[in-house]
Design a protein around this ligand. Structure first.
Ligand SMILES: [Zn+2]
Length: 144
């Protein structure tokens, strides 16, 4: 994995927002880089009841599980009402879902000086006191 592949994931995420929601407005998407180099994207379907909406990461995460591919990196972006595309750090639930792929999964977080710039961090660094580490140094429950 190199910076070019990570850039491809960010670009794919931006492209999905632009193509799926060409009319503008607040919308988001996620993209994940898999071990075989595939990039999967996804977005959250609308729901009448906001309580049942899901994270943008659900679709690419499920898409990686189907062919048993390891997730290498994950990024989530949000276009605001002005058209600016901001980086959304993965929520706690998505961090938990990514943990099955190990502590070295890269996640896109916000640069301190620019919320539109992606900074890549290892999952272990955004989950420093992860609950599973009490059992093992290897934080991976990934099954074949
Ligand atoms: Zn989430």
């Amino acid at each position: 994995m190199d910076g070019e592949e990570l850039d491809r994931a960010v670009n794919a995420c931006q492209d999905l927002i632009a193509q799926r929601f060409p009319g503008g407005g607040e919308r988001g998407a996620a993209a994940m880089l898999l071990a075989d180099g595939t990039i999967l994207t996804g977005t959250a379907p609308d729901a009448v009841n906001p309580a049942v909406e899901v994270c943008h990461e659900i679709e690419p995460s499920a898409g990686a599980f189907r062919p048993n591919q390891k997730i290498i990196a994950s990024v989530c972006l949000h276009r605001d009402e002005t058209g600016r595309v901001l980086v959304l750090r993965p929520c706690g639930v998505c961090r938990e879902r990514l943990a099955v792929h190990g502590p070295d999964v890269l996640v896109g977080v916000t640069a301190p000086e620019d919320p539109a710039q992606v900074v890549w961090k290892r999952l272990r660094d955004v989950l420093p006191d992860y609950w599973m580490t009490v059992f093992s140094q290897e934080v991976s429950g990934r099954r074949r």
